[in-house]
Design a protein around this ligand. Sequence first.
Ligand code: HEM
Length: 152
Amino acid sequence: MDFILPFLARWVHIVSGMIVLGGMLFAALALLPGLKGSATEQSMGDTIAARFRPWFLLGVLGLLVSGFYNYYRHVVAKDVPSMYHMIFGMKFLLALHVFAVGYLALGHNKPKRARLIGGVVISGLVVVVLSNWMRVLSLEALMHPIVLPAIK
Ligand code: HEM
C-alpha cells in the first residue's frame, strides 16, 4: 500500500501540469490567433480567461502540493545527487514565473495577453525539460544507488 500516495501524487502532478500548461498552449496556438482581429476579441478574451482562471488556480495548487510532496520524498530518502537539487531550484523559479504571469494573463482587460501567454508557454516548456532531467537523475539514482563506505 506504500505506493498509493506516490502514485496519486504523480497523477495529480501530471494532470495539474496538463491543465496549467495545456490550457496556456491551447490559448497561444489556437484560441488567441482565432480571436485576433474580431470585433469581440477583447470581450471574448475576458470571458474565456475568467472561465479558465479557477481551473488554472486549481492546477497551480495541485502542482505545488504534489510537487513539494515528490521533492520531500527524494530529500528524505537522500537518494538523489546534489545536481538534482540545483535543477529543482531552477525549475521552481521558472514554475513561479508560469504561475505569476499566467495569473496576470487571465486578468480582465489585458491588451498584452498574447505576449504574456507566449512567455508562460516558453517557461512552461523549459520547466518540462528540467522535470525530465530530474526524472532521469532520480531513476538513475534508483538503479545505481550511491553506496557510501561504512565509517569505522
Ligand atoms: C508549470 C509547472 C510545472 C510543470 C509543467 C511540471 C511538470 C512536471 C513533469 C512533467 C514531471 C515529470 C512527472 C513524472 O514523470 O513523474 C514533474 C516532476 C516533478 N515535479 Fe513538476 N512541474 C511543475 C511544477 C512543479 C513545482 C511547483 C514543483 C515543486 C514544488 C515540482 C516538483 C516536481 C518534482 C519533485 C518532480 C519529480 C521529479 C522526479 O521524477 O524525480 N513541479 N513535473
